[in-house]
Design a protein around this ligand. Sequence first.
Ligand code: MLT
Length: 326
Amino acid sequence: MKKHLISLAAAAATSVLAGAAVAQDEYPNQSITMVVPFSAGGPTDTVTRLITEPMGQVLGQGFVVQNVTGAGGTVAAGQVANAPADGYTVLIHHIGMSTAPTLYPNLPYDPLEDFETVGLVTEVPMTIIARKDFPAETLQEMIDYVKANPDEVTLANAGIGAASQLCGMLFMDAIGTQITTVPYPGTGPALTDLVGGQVDIMCDQTTNTTGQILGGEVKAYAVTAEERLENLPDVPTTAEAGLGDFQLRIWHGLYVPAGTDEAIVQKLSSALQTALQEQNVIDRFAELGTTTVSQERATPELHTEMLSSQIELWRPIIQEAGVSAE
Ligand code: MLT
């Protein structure tokens, strides 16, 4: 009797394994949802739309982009952490994946335990910008004005956990002055308000700001890069503009829920790597001041290592700044 039960259990296990193998072989056989943790039209959304099309071509299935905003990207990440681990829900997130564990003491997910990493996508410098009629022409003049009027000046960001929040936090620390921050569901709408003059300054990704800087709709004081950017040659680096070693290059990565089959993760990663090598993708990113990463760096293994070291890198910096969402 016992032997019979054991063989029934073995048969059931074999059929589950066979089912899983078929599922991987057939993957993907329907569209894949890419969850974006910020507003449509913003920098993360822009990166998403640039990679989902070529990735979809490689995989033979299209992507549906879903913007899930809130709490600096943590609402979307929490949603994906709890999604079925079948490869049909993918999260794109940026440096906020590594800052949230320190910023949110009660974060309802663990970036390393609750996700499988698919790979790194891009590295993006930030720009320090202001509304067109802000009364300062250079970064030093802007800093002087902010220090003289800390209660009047407003700094837009996309909530605690956003890249703009991290950059703004480092900026306020660097100049030793706290400014009133105005949170938005993404820097897409924040930039619209900055252009409209409803908010004063912002630190935001070049993927979002290049068009408005080149079009003269906002003032650009500096790029947070070691060298000037080819797409914004007239904008000084933070070092040239007098902010010493203030540099920040943020990144984007792709994630699926923990427990997703390794073969599915590899298929997604390989589609990402192929997409990132396409010349029109490289060119479009370059126009936005953004670097697509090499094939080797867009792997699950390297991105897991990077994510882990980024969590460790930012923890003491955020604790020192005393910023917390709770
Ligand atoms: C966005 O897509 O709106 C952002 O990446 C915002 C941010 O993190 O600053």
